[in-house]
Design a protein around this ligand. Structure first.
Ligand code: KIV
Length: 275
């Protein structure tokens, strides 16, 4: 059985040039499957607001919802490190006690091993506070979906010289504050590579090219389950929606025409009495 990676193992993986795969996960059954193939990191992402709950953003996800899903994931993942997103408005540089309380609940009630917070330099103080309390923190910069109404849409970040410098400065500030890794979302590949090379902690990219130290993808995108849209940076490794549709169609037909249930799926009274 693989050992659950620690934040120190992740840094060593970066030093060895070993890429770090991470997949989002929201339930026990999927966690067990992802764990069984040795996925080292699972993210209980607030993307569940979109792919599980069907909203058009992550903003309506609450801490209670995140904890609910994380508890299920932690039942299924015995070898992976579990990172949980702190959802919108449950942490802030202007309310450090709230940030600590939210992170503490995510770890103690959810069973996660680390939390993730979105935001650049302004998040350094939050990261420092949580780390000082013994909570490992992953940063998240570039496209930060919790600020979607400020950003004005899901678009590539860091495209001007000034924006690129801001992202580099944010990454360095988060590392300095004690973050153990940083997600780079929708960042031009050359800039993501530069940031990755400037840091000693691993970068985990999503839509940020191959120069990152690891990659994270949304489970429903890569399994072909979420059909509303497929971002350019996601690759479908399966078409699970088609498999489910075919199976459901056959089940519905068989119930209608009486093929299901057959005797083998039924409890025969006479047999039960004779046992
Ligand atoms: O919520 C999420 O799934 C995420 C990833 C896209 C990094 O934050």
């Amino acid at each position: 059985m693989a050992k659950r990676p620690t934040i120190h193992d992740l840094r060593r993986m970066k030093q060895r040039g070993e890429k770090i795969p991470m997949i989002t996960c929201y339930d026990y059954t999927s966690a067990k499957i992802l764990d069984s193939v040795g996925t080292p990191m699972l993210l209980v992402g607030d993307s569940l607001g979109m792919v599980v709950q069907g909203h058009d953003s992550t903003l309506r996800v609450t801490l209670d919802m995140m904890i609910h899903h994380c508890q299920a994931v932690s039942q299924g993942a015995k070898n992976a490190m579990i990172v949980i997103d702190l959802p919108f408005a449950t942490y802030s540089s202007s309310d450090l006690p709230l940030s600590l309380k939210s992170a503490g609940r995510a770890i103690a009630e959810g069973g996660a091993h680390a939390v993730k917070v979105e935001g650049g330099r302004r998040m350094a103080e939050v990261v420092g506070t949580l780390v000082a309390s013994g909570i490992p923190v992953m940063g998240h910069i570039g496209l930060t979906p919790q600020s979607i109404h400020m950003i004005g849409g899901f678009r590539v970040q860091g495209q001007t010289q000034e924006a690129a410098e801001r992202l580099m400065a944010a990454a360095l500030a988060l590392e300095h504050a004690g973050a153990f890794a940083i997600v780079l979302e929708l960042v031009p590949a050359p800039l993501a590579k530069q940031i990755s090379e400037a840091l000693t902690i691993p970068t985990i990219g999503i839509g940020a090219g191959a120069g990152c130290d690891g990659q994270v993808q949304v489970f429903h995108d890569i399994m072909g389950m979420y059909e509303d849209f497929l971002p350019k940076h996601a690759k479908r490794y399966a078409k699970v929606a088609d498999v489910i549709r075919d199976a459901a169609r056959t089940y519905v037909e068989e119930v209608r025409d009486g093929t299901f249930p057959a005797d083998e799926h039924s409890y025969m009274k006479s047999r039960e009495f004779s046992d």
